[in-house]
Design a protein around this ligand. Structure first.
Ligand code: UT7
Length: 331
């Protein structure tokens, strides 16, 4: 019997309707379209405005998009993983609620949190369940409502982040397609440079902390930028070397969309043709766990069976890594 590999066999996505443009941000903080575009590549982001709707709303819509497109019976889904840095609430699993709402009543489910690397680490996790031979349908959703932890008076963060969700289905493949290799890393000494300090177990929310805005995301942009450029390029090089791949062999780079300059630096380091670099940061900004599946969704019509895709991500923690995957179907 041939070895089972874990292939992505369907993609779905959802972004909220409200478009927060650079022009609107100009009216909110001291910034301008030229600065944001040249420093980040972002033109607009989507924001979930409706009160009481959290990350699960985004996740459910992305999952339903996938279910409809693929024509899969949700009762056949055995595991639902929601990769997210912004769960609906503490203690109650966002994935459990999402699974029930989409009708995946036979699945077990859990959340997976690794900041902007959540989806990448989720790909590794989902693949292991498939490769074990025990599971046949694993739904991985990357979803974040970043607007829930952004201070819209802080120009260092509010211009970057957006809300959104994407979903992929992993199934067994016996043609050798799907996830081929991974190189995943973390380094907790970086956590002071990107965090929402209050609201977790170290520093529970207090009225004083909230008054001082300490529950919002803070980042030392320059330090995060330097680490992201170095580490994302480094893991991309490593995964290429380990798999004897040249830049010509690679069909696509799917890199976490945090800043166009970070993505360009990674592509330059492996000397990749810019036409092979997936890019949609201009439309959505940094959607944390949703960037990679939103890329797959937007580029799905161009992907061909056998395409060699290198994924790379970097995020808070710090967490980062790279995955090499062979695409399993032509649109
Ligand atoms: O998802 C993973 C986690 N996040 C990231 O990977 C993000 C990594 N960091 C970045 O993308 C960039 O550091 C930022 C986009 C956040 C900032 O870009 P930068 O080129 O590092 O700018 P900077 O913070 O060094 O600021 C340069 C100048 C400063 O002015 P002075 O001191 O030179 O006069 C800032 O005050 O730009 C000013 N500035 C702004 N100006 C207009 C900072 N933010 C803004 C803004 N609009 N929004």
């Amino acid at each position: 019997m041939s070895k089972i590999s874990a292939a992505i066999t369907a993609v779905g996505a959802y972004v909220p309707d409200y478009v927060l443009t650079n022009q609107i941000l100009e009216t909110m903080v001291d910034t301008n379209d030229e600065w944001i575009t040249s420093r980040t590549g972002i033109k607009e982001r989507r924001i979930l405005k409706e009160e009481g709707k959290g990350t699960s709303f985004l996740a459910i819509n992305a999952a339903n998009d996938l279910i409809q497109k693929r024509g899969i019976d949700p009762k056949d889904i055995e595991l639902v993983i929601v990769a997210t840095a912004t769960p609906d609430m503490k203690a109650a699993s966002t994935a459990a609620y999402t699974a029930t709402q989409i009708g995946a009543i036979n699945a077990f489910s859990f959340d997976l949190e690794a900041a902007c690397s959540s989806f990448l680490f989720g790909m590794s996790t989902a693949a292991k369940y498939i490769e074990s031979g025990r599971y046949k349908n694993v739904l991985l959703i990357g979803a974040d409502k970043n607007s829930s932890m952004i201070n819209y008076e802080d120009r260092a963060t509010c211009i970057i982040f957006g809300d959104g969700a994407g979903a992929v289905l992993f199934e067994p493949n016996e043609e050798g397609l799907g996830l081929q290799d991974e190189y995943l890393r973390s380094d907790g000494s970086g956590r002071e440079f990107l965090q929402a300090t209050y609201g977790g177990s170290s520093y529970p929310s207090t009225s004083q902390a909230i008054d001082e805005g300490k529950h919002y995301v803070f980042q030392d942009g320059k330090t995060v930028f330097k680490n992201a450029v170095f580490n994302m390029a480094d893991v991309a090089v490593k995964i290429l070397e380990r798999n004897n791949l040249s830049n010509d062999d690679i069909s696509w780079l799917a890199a976490h969309q945090a800043n166009k300059r970070i993505i360009d630096a990674t592509a330059n380091r492996i000397d990749l043709d810019p036409n092979k670099v997936m890019m949609n940061i201009q439309k959505y900004g940094n959607t944390t766990s949703a960037t990679l599946p939103l890329l797959l969704h937007d580029y799905e019509s161009q992907l061909k069976k056998g395409d060699k895709i290198v994924f790379a991500a970097f995020g808070g923690g710090f967490t980062w890594g790279s995955i090499y995957l062979k695409w399993a179907y032509s649109a």
